[in-house]
Every structure is written in structure tokens, then in C-alpha cells.
Ligand binder design. Structure first.
Ligand code: ZN
Length: 171
């Protein structure tokens, strides 16, 4: 396993964050290695979610872990969504900033495969649902900054928001 470099929006490789990632067709050892590296990179950051384009790999793969909920999703699709909640999000690819009042569905049902090619369905609510929607957006080249209602909601992290407090919101 290895910790990979996280691509940030203004870095030379940042364009990968704006591309639509490709569907995974081969469920092989390379994919398993990718997922393990993503999990390790996410924990090291630290973050609660990571999408493959964030380490420069344009494939539809995401990992997420928040409290006792965790997910590995390959080729994820949101099958159902309900409710709407506003919240603050950060992104490992946009260091030092957060966005307030980002609208997300309150509850979602996601279908995908795990790293072994087994179909998985995940019902997520609240914060974990937000993390998954944020990561699925990454697979379509969408960043939370695209979802701001008001540009003023994009702001630098303040001194009061220490890193530990923000860690659960950064993905
Ligand atoms: Zn992100």
C-alpha cells in the first residue's frame, strides 16, 4: 500500500478534477491496490472520503469512512434520494477553504460494486449521505464550489475551526 499525492485544483494535474471519470470494467488486483491506497491516503490526510480522480486516477471509484459507516463504491449510482439539507463542506483538493450552505439530499440509496465486483447497496443519511454525494460529484468532475448558492459562502477556514473539528467535513 502507498499514500498517494492528492491533486489540488490549482496544481498542474488539477484538470483531472474537472473530467468525467471512466467506468471500471476490470475487477483485478490493480483495482484492489487502488482502493487500498485510496483508503490509506484518506486516513493519512485526514479525510472522510476520497474519489480516485483526487489522486489523479480518472476512474469511477470512491472510498468513505465516517464514524462506524464506511463504503467502497465502484461505478456508484444514486438510485433514490429524498429531503434536502444545507451544510458546510471542505475538500482535500481545495485545501484551506470551505463552503457553507451546500445543499444535498438528506437521504440516498446508492448502488455500486465493491472492489471485488460484488454488488452493494448503501442507504445513507445525514452526514454520510453528504460525503457520498460529494464523492460521486468528483466522479463527474463536479466540485462543491459548483454548488454554492452564494459566492460569499466560499471562504477560508477560520482560526476557530481547528483542524480536528473540520476533519469530519473534508472529503
Ligand atoms: Zn472533495
Amino acid at each position: 500500500m502507498a499514500i498517494r499525492t492528492i491533486v489540488t485544483v490549482n496544481s498542474p494535474k488539477g484538470r483531472v478534477l474537472r473530467e468525467k471519470a471512466k467506468k471500471v470494467t476490470n475487477f483485478d488486483t490493480m483495482l484492489i491496490r487502488l482502493v487500498r491506497d485510496m483508503q490509506e491516503t484518506m486516513k493519512d490526510a485526514p479525510g472522510v472520503g476520497l474519489a480516485a480522480p483526487q489522486i489523479g486516477v480518472p476512474l469511477r471509484v470512491l472510498v468513505a469512512e465516517y464514524e462506524d459507516e464506511h463504503a467502497v463504491l465502484v461505478n456508484p449510482e444514486i438510485l433514490k434520494q429524498s429531503g434536502e439539507v444545507k451544510g458546510t463542506e471542505g475538500c482535500l483538493s481545495i485545501p484551506g477553504y470551505v463552503g457553507d450552505n451546500i445543499r444535498r439530499a438528506e437521504q440516498i440509496l446508492v448502488k455500486g460494486k465493491n472492489e471485488h465486483g460484488v454488488v452493494v447497496r448503501i442507504t445513507a443519511k445525514g452526514w454520510f449521505a453528504r460525503v457520498l454525494q460529494h464523492e460521486i460529484d468528483h466522479l463527474d468532475g463536479i466540485l462543491y464550489t459548483d454548488r454554492l448558492d452564494d459566492p460569499k459562502d466560499f471562504r477560508e477556514i477560520t482560526d476557530e475551526e481547528d483542524e480536528e473539528e473540520l476533519a469530519p467535513s473534508v472529503s
